[in-house]
Design a protein around this ligand. Structure first.
Ligand code: C2O
Ligand code: CU
Ligand code: CU
Length: 501
């Protein structure tokens, strides 16, 4: 089956009337050219891998001079399997990223980001506290739970209060995540650190031949670009331009760490990748061209591995890949073959056990198809209009900016629907709460390999058709969201909501 490769041209500004707007990508391009090292410089220098930007300031210079880069740490674990309980509290923190001054940040149970939560199917009683002085939430992105447990804008946790959803976990093993989701504040809150990863597991990864030793051969990697000023202070000051393109940083943080090196055993390693960035799309590849073996998409395992040279990951998306690190040299994980920058450097550590030494041929069961089960087709247009040039409006879905009091769609419980999603002006990562879906086509072609499994978020460069099955109820007080996962777009109104009954 012919697969369409990601077309970079089309991921940028689309042709059409809107090309005339005076915010052509030149501004962004100039910034990137100024900051990015090109691939050849990168590969021939001994530079560390964390640079999206960074040349030029005294602070960045001192980073390069660091002799032994720190070892990348995994987030701490909360394993809920024995207790069926999960307690997390959102708190303010103070974080200094690689020697820069400390800045106020936020996290769950810690200063920046939150623990990796391990879950299995069954009941889970969560208690979410909030010691910030503004409402936050914990939205379980990728979890199939009912509307009142979703943790979206309708379930804020007010300062000093505790939210106690009694959830039922019931879904395939997968890497999903959680983050705050207060309407109008999501971009800032996630940027500040209110996000973390969830592993749903059935305990059978050894049978599948998959690496599963946390932090040894099973690495959880939260990819975030953040912006640092000349003094090394992390800043979030989106300009009008940043609000339109989404906010892009000038430096990579992996699990909240900058410049750290990931130690790996001399064998097969699983990388669970989360794009936790506000707006940046990664096109990931290895500096030595070794393949990325895609094992799982947002919602779970593929039937077998798919070897990729480049893996695209848009904001909100996850991918699990297997990488063969056996051999003498570990490569650098990089992004964007056309304008490369380092994302994460790896180093072999012979003291780590290489538990898995060959790639499994089969991982999951065949994917269930939804083709032909759909009973309704809807058009979803992700709109960026002229209005924003005149004072910040213009972000909408089907012409209407988000309104907490308006239900946009009513979906029948148990039904399968075909949604045809169209992007205007830029490629928008489209996400739906409470479901996993399958991608049917991308611009009339079969989906790229990255989009062949179960998904909850998909980058829509032009027109993308999906099939979703709505299995969990949501009433109008607890409606599910569908939105662009460029957080600045979402906050500005590119979001809608639906009930399922
Ligand atoms: Cu990851 Cu509605 O969000
Ligand atoms: Cu979500
Ligand atoms: Cu968008």
């Amino acid at each position: 089956m012919p697969h369409r490769r990601f077309d970079r041209e089309r991921s940028g500004f689309r042709s059409g009337n809107f090309m005339l707007l005076p915010f052509a990508p030149t501004a962004e391009k100039t910034k990137d050219q100024r900051y990015n090292m090109n691939r050849r410089d990168f590969l021939t220098s001994a530079a560390r891998a964390f640079v999206v930007a960074g040349g030029g300031s005294a602070w960045a210079g001192s980073v390069f001079a660091a002799e032994t880069p720190p070892r990348l740490a995994m987030p701490p674990i909360i394993d809920t399997r024995a207790s069926g309980k999960l307690a997390m509290t959102a708190k303010v923190g103070s974080s200094s990223f690689l020697g820069g001054p400390a800045v106020p940040t936020a996290g769950y149970n810690q200063s920046y980001l939150g623990p990796t939560v391990i879950m299995q199917n069954g009941p889970l009683a969560a208690e979410i506290g909030n010691t910030l002085d503004e409402p936050v939430s914990v939205h379980w992105h990728g979890m199939k739970v009912k509307g009142d447990h979703d943790g979206g804008p309708h379930q804020p946790v007010h300062p000093g209060k505790i939210w106690k959803p009694d959830m039922q976990v019931n879904q395939d093993p997968s890497t999903i995540w959680y983050h705050s989701h207060i309407h109008g504040r999501t971009a800032q809150q996630v940027y500040n650190g209110l996000a973390g990863v969830i592993h749903i597991t059935d305990g059978r990864d050894d049978d599948r031949g998959l690496p599963s030793a946390y932090g040894i051969d099973d690495l959880t990697l939260v990819l975030q670009d953040r912006s640092f000023d000349r003094n090394g202070r992390m800043v979030y000051e989106p300009s009008m331009m940043d609000r339109m393109h989404g906010f892009h940083g000038n430096r990579m943080l992996i699990n909240g760490q900058s410049g750290a090196v990931a130690a790996v055993p001399n064998g097969i390693v699983r990388l669970r990748l989360l794009n936790g960035s506000n707006a940046r799309i990664y096109n990931l590849f290895f500096s030595d061209g070794r393949p990325l073996h895609l094992a799982a998409t947002d919602g779970g395992y593929l039937p077998q591995l798919v070897a990729l040279d480049v893996l695209q990951l848009a904001p909100g998306e996850r991918a699990e890949i297997l990488v063969d690190f056996s051999g003498a040299n570990a490569p650098v994980l990089m992004s964007d073959p056309n304008q490369a920058y380092g994302v994460l450097e790896f180093a072999l550590d012979e003291t780590l056990p290489a538990r898995i030494t060959s790639l499994p041929d089969k991982i999951g069961s065949p994917l269930e198809e939804l083709v032909g089960l759909d009973t309704q087709t809807r058009m979803i247009s992700l709109d960026m209009g002229m209005g924003m040039m005149m004072g910040g409006g213009g972000f909408a879905i089907n012409g209407q900016p988000f309104d907490m009091d308006r239900i946009d769609l009513k979906v029948a419980l148990g039904s399968v629907e075909r949604w045809i999603i169209r992007s205007s002006m830029v490629a928008h990562p489209f996400h739906i709460h409470g479901v996993q879906f399958r991608v049917l086509s991308e611009d009339g072609l079969p989906p790229r390999p990255e989009c062949t499994g179960w998904k909850d978020t998909v980058l829509v460069p032009g027109e993308t058709e999906i099939l979703a099955r709505f299995e969990h109820p949501a009433d109008k007080e607890n409606a599910f969201m569908f939105h662009c996962h460029i957080l600045e777009h979402e906050d500005a109104g590119m979001m809608g909501q639906f009930t399922v009954s």
